[in-house]
Design a binder for this molecule. Structure first.
Ligand SMILES: [Zn+2]
Length: 146
């Protein structure tokens, strides 16, 4: 990405008249959920997610690997195989990989669900951070203290 675009998704909710607060995906005016050209992959992601809801219910057990301390994680996962999410732009390639694996049947559905949920959570966290930064800027500009 060249210049940082600080705008929001251009989608306006027809019922509330409120603009979407989503962060636009690369080179687009809309977020992942409102970008028209992403309609197909959104449908796919939803279909995969919906079909696997029953399986998800059985996946309530805690995976001990998730609770490993960071140093063990560092040892287990080679540096070049770690996924770093620094902006929403990093999320689309991940989503594409998940969809490809799902299509080819090369990843088990609970894992696909877990990864998809992690991507969604990352997106929300990144969005929140963007808005917090913008709010902070405004507060500083107008001399407001929290
Ligand atoms: Zn949006």
């Amino acid at each position: 990405m060249t210049a940082p675009t600080r705008g929001s998704c251009q989608h306006v909710d027809p019922e509330t008249g409120k603009q979407c607060r989503g962060y636009p995906v690369a080179d687009k005016q809309f977020c992942y959920f409102h970008e028209p050209s992403y309609a197909e992959r959104r449908t796919l992601a939803q279909r995969i997610g919906g079909r696997r809801k029953a399986e998800k219910a059985r996946q309530r057990k805690v995976d001990p690997d998730v609770l490993l301390p960071p140093e063990v994680y560092d040892e287990m996962i080679p540096e070049d195989q770690r996924i770093e999410v620094k902006s929403t732009d990093d999320l689309m390639p991940l989503m594409d990989r998940v969809l490809t694996l799902a299509f080819l049947g090369k990843a088990n559905p609970p894992l696909i669900n877990a990864i998809t949920n992690a991507i969604k959570t990352s997106d929300h966290l990144l969005e929140t951070r963007v808005f917090e930064d913008r709010l902070k800027e405004l507060e500083e500009k107008y001399g407001m203290q929290r």
